[in-house]
Write a protein that binds this ligand. Structure first.
Ligand SMILES: NC(=O)c1ccc[n+]([C@@H]2O[C@H](COP(=O)([O-])OP(=O)(O)OC[C@H]3O[C@@H](n4cnc5c(N)ncnc54)[C@H](OP(=O)(O)O)[C@@H]3O)[C@@H](O)[C@H]2O)c1
Length: 221
């Protein structure tokens, strides 16, 4: 991939609410997108609906085709899905969007013993994969509205270059990507999702989000 080329984005669980919303936004902006599913036929059908050149494949095929992999599956299937795509992820960036919600109490913070979904992903994938953690606080409905989601996206990684690449991708589908530091800090955004769910319920709004103040509006990194 040359520097001027856009990376191929492979979205694992790309048939879901979050994955398909991200796919739509990136594809509309000219990024090559492959959505993955446990069923290639299901992914191909949704890809045709999404248009903008989106392709569908099974999850392993989507990971293989990707320069940057986005993991958008429920936390209950996080570890098993990572095991399935681990070989294809080596040498690549993997963006983990999974929030470790524990139904039915999804408006209560219940982080895993290992700290966060992102830390678990890095441990399972090994050092050959640059794990970035992002999109936990973006309501999928905002992505499906068309246009950019009205919120900032906090982006975490131990690898600055990978983090910066995902900050740019976040700014394509939402107001702005904002670096939040190392992967360990992902726990804060993962926990914040339960707070936002609680706010949605309490104030009867569909999509509370995060906006970082004190930054110039044009800040991207
Ligand atoms: N929805 C949001 O607003 C939002 C916002 C921020 C973060 N997140 C996080 O992003 C992740 C995806 O959320 P979502 O709402 O898009 O989830 P979802 O629609 O419930 O599921 C996403 C996809 O995961 C696959 N999947 C479901 N169960 C699976 C299993 N047992 N094993 C393997 N794959 C399975 C399905 O794809 P196939 O059936 O095609 O395989 C499904 O389309 C979650 O971890 C969530 O916490 C969601």
């Amino acid at each position: 991939m040359s520097e001027s080329q856009k990376p191929v984005i492979g979205i694992i669980g790309g048939t879901g609410d979050l994955g398909s919303g991200l796919a739509k936004g990136w594809a509309k902006a000219g990024y090559p997108v492959v959505i993955g599913s446990r069923s290639r036929e299901k992914a191909e059908a949704l890809a045709a609906d999404l248009g903008h050149g989106v392709r569908g494949d099974d999850n392993v095929g989507a990971a293989r085709a990707a320069d940057i992999i986005v993991l958008a599956v429920p936390f209950a299937s996080h570890d098993t899905t990572i095991a399935e795509i681990k070989a294809e992820a080596q040498g690549k960036i993997l963006v983990d969007a999974a929030v470790p919600l524990v139904p039915p109490k999804v408006s209560t913070v219940q982080l895993p013993q290992d700290g966060s979904a992102a830390k678990i992903a890095q441990a399972l994938l090994g050092e050959g994969v640059r794990v970035v953690s992002a999109f936990h606080n973006v309501g999928a409905a905002k992505l499906h509205k068309g246009g950019k989601a009205d919120c900032d996206v906090l982006v975490f990684s131990d690898d600055k270059e990978a983090r910066d690449q995902v900050i740019v991708l976040a700014g394509v589908v939402a107001t702005r990507g904002v670096g939040g530091g190392v992967l360990a800090n992902s726990a804060a955004a993962e926990a914040l999702t339960s707070v936002l769910i609680w706010i949605n319920r309490q104030y009867k709004v569909p999509g509370a989000g995060v906006r970082i103040t004190g930054l110039d509006d044009t800040v991207q990194v």
